[in-house]
Design a protein around this ligand. Structure first.
Ligand code: 13P
Ligand code: SF4
Length: 317
C-alpha cells in the first residue's frame, strides 16, 4: 500500500465512518504521524485517549499503549493496526516476577513505567511515563521504599533527580535505547561542539552525557534529558543551530517539523524500533476496514490497573 493521496482520503473516510480518533506515537513512520488526529508522547496520548469523545480509538503505537487506553476507557473500542507490535522493555518483567519482588520489600510503593503489560499494571500503585517519572516518584512520601520498574536507565535518572536512596530499580532495558551508547555520543558531541544534546532517559548514554558534562567535555547546559514530548517543547525554544538526538529515529520527523531551521541529527541512525514500524499504511487501512486488531483487557485486571494509570495521567498535568 502506497501512502498517497488516495490512501489518505480512504483512511480519513473510514475513520469518520467508524467515529474513530487516530492517535500516533512520535516513533511512528512519518506518513502515519501525519495522518493521525494527534501525535505525541506516551503521556499526552494517554490523556487524549482518556478525554476523547470518539467511540473508537485507533492506536498507532505499541501494544501497551493501546492497552492503557483500554484500561482508561473500557467502554470504547480500542484498535491497534497490528497486535504483534510489542515492546522489549514491557517484556522485561512479568506479573509473577513483580509479585516475587514485592514479597521481598513489603510495604514498598510500586512505580511502573507505562511500558508494562496490563497484568504488571494490576500489581502497581502508580504508573508513570518518562515525561513525569520524577514527579511521580517525588509524590511518594520520602520514608517509603519505592520499587521502580522496568527500565534501569530511567530508574537511574529518577534516582539522580530525586536524590532518593530508598529506590530499588529493576534491571530491564529497551533494546533500541540501550543500543545508543556513550562512546557513540561522545564522538558525535566532540565532532559538533556547538550542538545541543536531546537524550531520552531510556538511553544508556544519558549517564555518559552527564559524566561528559561533569568532566567539562560538553557544556552542562547543552545536555537535556527529555521525554519525546519534552524534546518537542525544547525544539521550539532552542537557540542552538544543531541538535544531536538520542532516541528512536521516528522522533526526528516531529522535531524537524517543529523547528525547520535547526539541524537535527540522530546519535545512532540505526535506532529504529521494529515494533513501532509494524504499523504500516496497509495495516492502518486494514484496521479501519475490518476493525482489527481489537484490544481486550480482562475486566478484573483492568479494574486493578485503572487507579495506577489514572494517577499517572493526573500527576504533572
Ligand atoms: P515517551 O513517548 O513517553 O517518551 O516514550 C518513549 C518510548 O520508548 C515509548 O515506547
Ligand atoms: Fe519498547 Fe523501546 Fe520500542 Fe519504545 S522503542 S516501544 S521502549 S522497544
Amino acid at each position: 500500500v502506497v501512502p498517497d493521496e488516495a490512501w489518505r482520503e480512504e483512511v480519513r473516510r473510514l475513520a469518520a465512518e467508524r467515529d474513530a480518533v487516530l492517535l500516533a506515537h512520535n516513533y511512528q513512520i512519518p506518513e502515519i504521524q501525519d495522518i493521525a488526529d494527534h501525535t505525541g508522547d506516551s503521556l499526552a496520548l494517554s490523556r487524549i485517549a482518556a478525554a476523547s469523545e470518539a467511540s473508537t480509538i485507533v492506536f498507532c503505537g505499541v501494544h501497551f499503549m493501546a492497552e492503557s487506553a483500554k484500561i482508561l476507557s473500557p467502554d470504547k473500542t480500542v484498535l491497534i493496526p497490528d497486535a504483534r507490535a510489542g515492546c522489549s522493555l514491557a517484556d522485561s518483567i512479568t506479573a509473577d516476577q513483580l509479585r516475587a519482588w514485592k514479597a521481598e520489600h513489603p510495604g514498598a510503593v510500586v512505580v511502573s513505567y507505562v511500558n508494562t503489560t496490563a497484568e504488571v499494571k494490576a500489581e502497581t500503585d502508580i504508573c508513570c511515563t518518562s515525561a513525569n517519572a520524577v514527579e511521580v516518584v517525588a509524590s511518594v512520601p520520602a520514608d517509603r521504599e519505592v520499587l521502580f520498574l522496568p527500565d534501569m536507565f530511567l530508574g537511574a535518572h529518577v534516582k539522580r533527580e530525586t536524590g532518593r536512596d530508598n529506590l530499588h530499580i529493576w534491571a530491564g532495558e529497551c533494546h533500541v535505547h540501550a543500543g545508543i551508547n556513550g562512546a557513540e555520543l561522545a564522538d558525535r558531541a566532540a565532532a559538533q561542539p556547538d550542538a545541543e544534546l536531546f537524550i531520552h532517559p531510556e538511553c544508556g548514554c544519558a549517564t555518559s552525557a552527564l559524566y561528559l558534562a561533569g568532566e567539562g567535555v560538553v557544556a552542562a547546559d547543552r545536555v537535556k534529558i527529555l521525554s519525546t514530548g519534552g524534546m518537542l517543547d525544547q525544539a521550539k525554544e532552542t537557540k542552538a543551530r544543531s541538535v544531536l538526538v538520542a532516541t528512536e529515529i521516528g522522533m526526528l520527523h516531529q522535531l524537524r517539523k517543529a523547528a525547520p531551521g535547526v539541524d537535527f541529527r540522530p546519535v545512532n541512525d540505526r535506532a529504529s524500533c521494529r515494533y513501532m514500524k509494524m504499523i504500516t499504511p496497509g495495516a492502518l487501512l486494514r484496521s479501519l476496514r475490518e476493525g482489527t486488531d481489537e484490544v481486550h483487557v480482562a475486566s478484573e485486571i483492568a479494574a486493578r490497573a485503572r487507579g495506577a494509570v489514572q494517577a499517572m495521567i493526573e500527576i504533572g498535568n
